[in-house]
Design a protein around this ligand. Structure first.
Ligand code: COA
Length: 259
């Protein structure tokens, strides 16, 4: 599959998707968003891919939606654009294979929203994050008003949303917006090592955790616990559950097959 604005490579069972418009700080025009949709679908369909790393080329992760495209949008076009982007970002969030954002630089607006749609966020010490939409007279359109408070709480989210100011990686880590901060040169290796640790585990168990967390966050604790016990039951039917437990008792590493 070929891409104009992305790089897509697979090594060691990891797909690395790199947003590659560095002259525009990887701003998300509609074509790039559509390519992100194709790339995540490709990664999910491939048997040789067990996890997904998302990053940006050059000095930005993604500096937002492409303001040049937004400038002339009609209200209905804007709504359609937001819904199309939201649906594609949601595919990263609900991916049964782990998705990790390696935030190498600016993650602003749609960039911060794209990172928030991934399961885990790592940031370089050089990263800057924010939701500057209010400075442009709009609200975030790719899930920022919804995912940010879920990650950092209402007050911290509204502080970021209402000021539109950027924060550095250390502050983003303190708030829980990113999960780990690394030296810039260590970012990709750290993200790959994290993903390797994840994908060494049973694939159906990974998918179960992701779906239980995702669905559980939308319902009451009681309903969420029911979702969890259903997965706990379902996973007990798998060959990988047998293998994982047998391997533990036999003091050897498990050989999971995803069945
Ligand atoms: N949309 C379209 N183009 C963008 C962009 C965006 N979101 N962010 C950066 N660019 C472009 C700039 O227009 C510039 O293009 P040019 O060289 O053709 O003029 C290029 O990327 C480099 O950006 P520049 O502003 O010159 O870099 P900088 O280091 O001075 O500033 C930022 C970096 C990130 C602070 C600044 O680019 C910025 O504020 N970007 C917009 C962030 C934003 O509001 N995002 C939310 C959009 S909804």
């Amino acid at each position: 599959m070929s891409y104009q604005f992305l790089l897509f490579e697979v090594t060691d069972r990891l797909a690395t998707i790199t947003v590659n418009r560095p002259d525009k700080l990887n701003a998300l025009n509609d074509a790039t968003i559509a390519e992100l949709g194709r790339a995540i679908d490709d990664a999910l369909a491939r048997d040789d891919v067990a996890g997904v790393l998302l990053t940006g080329a050059g000095r930005a992760f993604v500096a937002g939606a492409d303001i040049a495209e937004l400038e002339s949008q009609s209200p209905l076009e804007a709504q359609r654009r937001a819904r199309a982007g939201q649906a594609i970002f949601r595919r990263f969030e609900t991916s049964p294979k782990p998705t990790v954002a390696a935030i190498n630089g600016f993650a602003l607006g749609g960039g911060c929203e794209l990172a928030m749609a991934c399961h885990v966020r790592l940031a370089s010490e050089k990263a800057k994050l924010g939701q500057p939409e209010v400075k442009l007279g709009i609200v975030p359109g790719y899930g920022g008003t919804q995912r940010l408070p879920r990650l950092v709480g209402r007050g911290a989210a509204l502080k970021l949303l209402l000021t539109g100011e950027m924060i550095d990686a250390a502050e983003a880590h303190r708030l829980g917006l990113v999960d780990q901060v690394t030296a810039p040169e260590a970012l990709l290796d750290t993200a790959r090592a994290l993903l390797q640790t994840m994908i060494a585990n049973a694939p159906l168990a990974l998918a179960g955790c992701i779906e239980a967390v995702d669905r559980g966050l939308a319902v009451t604790l009681e309903e969420g616990c029911t979702i969890e016990s259903d997965f706990f039951g379902l996973l007990s039917s798998t060959a990988d559950m047998q293998e994982g437990m047998r391997a533990f008792l036999e003091k050897r590493p498990p050989a999971f097959t995803g069945h």
